[in-house]
Ligand binder design. Structure first.
Ligand SMILES: NC(=O)c1ccc[n+]([C@@H]2O[C@H](COP(=O)([O-])OP(=O)(O)OC[C@H]3O[C@@H](n4cnc5c(N)ncnc54)[C@H](OP(=O)(O)O)[C@@H]3O)[C@@H](O)[C@H]2O)c1
Length: 300
């Protein structure tokens, strides 16, 4: 493939769990890939703070990518509750600015990552046509972000996901926290009444690649096939990683008195994604791959 037919793709939030994998997956002859970083900026990445009005539009108009993928977000659900304005700037206003800049680029397409927290968790797992009803600021700001991005151009794509996990040295995702705690023989409290469809990050990055290949538009759910509680997921992870599952203690969400309400029966159905021929791994397969990556990290 000649260089002129390669597409320039900008991964916004390339330092996060998903963004890092996107950098890897899209580093092929088909794409010229660039990424942005914020607090974990490293060489080769473009600095971008989505909380600063105007910065996102400035970066996009300078880089002029064919495709932008917004992995960056304010993902701290409790933090969003206490910093509403910042949450809306990062999860709605900057993505809307990026969408407007992408529209000025001929053929420009934007992919916005969203969440099952746009639902209230009374009847999950949800499909793309289910009624949205966010319970907290994080979910509200992401839902408004979705609407803004889709309103600017019908070429754009919203990919909702949930409970993303992966082996990521130095990372802080749920499975990495579990690994750290249980390896140190520390107890871990895990909600027994929060249900979702855990999503292996590597499969999600590959799903994005596939969805771009078929020029998918609108809203698509990309998540794992297993509908499980956080507690069941944590116990399965402990067993596969050969850690002590007895260190995991279940609790009810209502016992924690968190500021942000959590959707309890959430999770996503993925029939639309399956129709484009992409399958996501279940938790056992994903966790075995996680264990393999952990083993390799010891050898390096
Ligand atoms: N993780 C999940 O379980 C989950 C579930 C549902 C939906 N999602 C969605 O999936 C996407 C990817 O999630 P993830 O797990 O990869 O998240 P993550 O690991 O928490 O990464 C967040 C990314 O956002 C960037 N970021 C945070 N604040 C920023 C700011 N002010 N300006 C610019 N960048 C900023 C971070 O940059 P630095 O690292 O450089 O600070 C990082 O690259 C997000 O849109 C999230 O809402 C995730």
């Amino acid at each position: 493939m000649s260089y002129s037919s390669t597409k320039k793709i900008l991964i916004i939030g390339a330092t996060g769990q998903l963004g890092r994998l996107c950098l890897r997956v899209f580093s092929s002859e088909k794409y010229q890939v660039l990424g942005t970083g914020f607090s974990r900026l490293s060489s080769g990445l473009v600095p971008l703070d989505l909380s600063k009005e105007g910065q996102a539009a400035e970066v996009v108009s300078r880089v002029r990518p064919d495709i932008a993928v917004i992995c960056g977000a304010m993902t701290d659900v409790e933090g969003c509750e206490s910093s509403r304005e910042k949450a809306f700037q990062i999860n709605l206003k900057s993505p809307a600015d990026i969408a407007r800049e992408m529209k000025k680029i001929p053929g420009g397409k934007l992919v916005f990552l969203s969440t099952d927290y746009v639902f209230d968790g009374t009847s999950g797992p949800y499909d793309e046509n289910s009624l949205t009803h966010p319970l907290n600021i994080y979910g509200e700001s992401k839902l408004e972000g979705e609407k803004a991005v889709l309103e600017v151009s019908d070429k754009n794509l919203v990919v909702r996901t949930t409970t993303v996990y992966s082996f990521q040295a130095g990372g802080n995702n749920f499975t990495m926290q579990l690994l750290k705690r249980l390896s140190q023989k520390e107890k871990m409290l895990v909600a027994s009444d929060q249900w979702a469809t855990p999503t292996y990050a590597q499969d999600l990055a590959l799903a994005l690649e596939k969805l771009l290949e078929v020029d998918a538009r609108g809203i698509i759910h990309a998540a794992g096939p297993d509908f499980v509680s956080r507690l069941d997921f944590a116990q399965e992870a402990a067993r596969i990683l050969k850690l002590d599952p007895n260190l995991i203690q279940g609790f009810l969400t209502s016992e924690l008195k968190q500021k942000a309400k959590r959707p309890l029966k959430a999770g996503l159905r993925t029939e639309r994604l399956q129709m484009v021929g992409h399958l996501m791994r279940g938790i056992r397969e994903g966790l075995y791959d996680f264990a393999e990556n952990l083993r390799k990290s010891f050898i390096k």
